[in-house]
Design a protein around this ligand. Structure first.
Ligand code: SAM
Length: 233
């Protein structure tokens, strides 16, 4: 087997979305680097893979894990990297490992799978031709204000990840900066039992969240800013 760092996409809820190639790769890797050994252990058990060696890679351990992964790649091993859900490297650990492996001249491969951002943008009903991924907004401070202001002027569709208990605050901030009529889609619990895509104006979304307490995982898909009026002569 060729030594490589292999980025493996895992489901965002429905285990049926794990691809046969992802299962095959997890089964043959020398080590699976993951965020949470219990969660990945359950996934491996579900596909009938006897847990290979598991290496924890999260925000705290990634710098140390990089050294171990590089050392394993040097020894000719195949290292699969998964996150708790979706694609590694997308609001999840991975970027640093990929950069380090590539800088050290190691082979990288990808087994693509579900990502909440892509699932939400295609289900949103908003323009999919050009979109930007913003991930999680900073929770507070000037960083948040700057990002929100940039998003308000962004002409492309914007994709945001948000925790349920912060959704109302984010929608209220967006109403303030983008105006009440800007269209938005709230894609919730995609691929799971309570999957729902709510669509409407930002003002209606604020009301919707006041009426129905947000629960579960959400992606906010925001319509792009309208083109500016041409300046009159
Ligand atoms: N790596 C993942 C991916 O590729 O989508 C994202 C991981 S990030 C830590 C988790 C966030 O993704 C959640 O807070 C939520 O915003 C979004 N998310 C993940 N699964 C989701 C789902 N089934 N439905 C809606 N949003 C989801």
């Amino acid at each position: 087997m060729t030594a490589a760092l292999v980025l493996v996409g895992t489901p965002i809820g429905n285990l049926g979305d794990l691809t046969p190639r992802a299962a095959e790769e997890l089964g043959r890797a020398d080590v699976v680097a993951c965020e949470d050994t219990r969660r990945t252990g359950r996934l491996l058990a579900h596909i009938g893979v006897r847990a290979p060696s598991l290496l924890v890679v999260n925000d705290h351990t990634e710098p140390r894990a990089v050294a171990e992964v590089l050392e394993r790649l040097d020894r000719g091993q195949r290292v699969a990297l998964v996150s708790d859900a979706g694609m590694p490297g997308i609001s999840d650990p991975g970027e640093r490992l990929v950069a380090a492996a590539s800088a050290a001249g190691h082979r990288g491969e990808v087994v693509p799978g579900a990502s909440a951002a892509i699932a939400a943008v295609v289900a949103s009903g908003l323009p999919t031709g050009r979109f930007v991924f913003e991930g999680f907004l900073p929770r507070k401070g000037s960083g948040r204000k700057e990002r929100l202001a940039a998003l308000a002027a962004e002409p492309r569709t914007v994709v945001l990840y948000e925790a349920p208990h912060r959704l109302a605050r984010t929608l209220a901030d967006l109403v303030e900066l983008c105006g009440p009529t800007r269209r938005v889609a709230l894609a919730r619990e995609l691929t799971k039992l309570h999957e729902e895509v709510w669509r409407g104006s930002l003002a209606a979304a604020v009301e919707h969240c006041a009426d129905t307490e947000p629960r579960g995982e959400y992606v906010v898909v925001l319509d792009g800013a309208p083109a500016p009026e041409p300046a009159s002569e």
